[in-house]
Design a binder for this molecule. Structure first.
Ligand code: KIV
Length: 281
């Protein structure tokens, strides 16, 4: 059965904690779906993790639609959410509607996510009224990196905390089905979580949210160096990949790969008996 937006609300009511992971491609989607991760977010973090940009601002709708479609095809059991990239909804409600519509029509995701409060609250109301489920995103919203003066924890002062709390309530009122809380003090995440009926999903927001999300590349150790405080690496794939590539290069140099078990025969003659000597061209 495929997870849907109502399941998340039910889990909050029951007190069942759940997970979301970011995902950007078909193969990874298959493994995460097989692991039973119920919610996959095709985050605009693909700008940094997959495309090598320093932030998310250069990601386009075409990038997002292509990757989201691949994730949908790989994860029939998961609720797949498309992240509206920078400028996909910033100029007008019309842009928000068209681009959210593209996500559902072309990529076949089941919901979209938008960052921030302000005008996004009105867009959330409009999209929801058209049958497009919306996930909100408050706190450290990476598309606001220049406004925030960097990737900094938000909601530390009482005034900021009140703003985030008010935006969370307004997004719920506007029809959002859930809310990502990123880079906020745990105590504020707890306050928001107990103040709204929709599930909250935290990243760098402590243990009191209804769900937890991590960026795929962080969670499997594909990002290297010092990880941010909120990241837990459950694997070290960067090291595994480097080691595997070095071993491959080594075996090719030594002539131990490919071995007889990797060769094809012709006319029933065993590869080892075929010994073809190639001269110079
Ligand atoms: O783009 C992204 O990966 C996100 C998550 C961090 C929530 O928005």
């Amino acid at each position: 059965m495929t997870t849907n937006v109502r399941d998340l609300r039910k889990w909050k009511t029951e007190g069942t904690k759940f997970t979301m992971l970011t995902c950007y491609d078909y193969s990874t989607a298959r493994w995460l779906d097989r692991a039973g991760i119920p919610v996959l977010l095709v985050g605009d973090s693909l700008g940094t993790t997959m495309l090598g940009y320093p932030d998310t601002l250069s990601v386009t709708m075409d990038d997002m639609v292509r990757h989201s479609g691949a994730v949908v095809r790989g994860a029939p059991g998961a609720l797949v959410i498309g992240d509206m990239p920078f400028m996909a909804y910033h100029a007008s409600a019309e842009d928000a509607i068209r681009n959210a519509g593209r996500f559902l029509q072309e990529a076949r995701v089941s919901a979209v996510k938008m960052e921030g409060g302000g005008r996004v609250i009105e867009y959330t109301k409009q999209l929801t009224a058209m049958g497009i489920p919306v996930m909100g995103h408050l706190g450290l919203t990476p598309q606001f990196v220049h406004q925030l003066g960097g990737f900094k924890v938000q909601g530390k002062t009482e005034a900021q905390a009140e703003r985030i709390l008010a935006d969370a309530k307004a997004l719920e009122e506007a029809g959002a089905f859930s809310l990502v809380l990123e880079g906020v003090p745990s105590i504020l995440a707890g306050r928001v979580t107990s103040s709204v009926h929709i599930p909250t999903i935290g990243i760098g927001a402590g243990p009191q949210t209804d769900g937890q999300v991590l960026v795929f590349h962080d969670f499997v150790g594909l990002t290297t160096g010092k990880a941010p405080k909120f990241v837990k690496r459950y694997a070290n794939l960067a090291d595994d990949i480097t080691r595997a590539a070095q071993e491959f290069a080594d075996e090719v140099r030594k002539g131990t790969f490919p071995g007889p078990e990797h060769e094809y025969s012709a006319n029933g003659v065993k590869p080892s008996a075929q010994e073809v000597k190639y001269g110079a061209p």
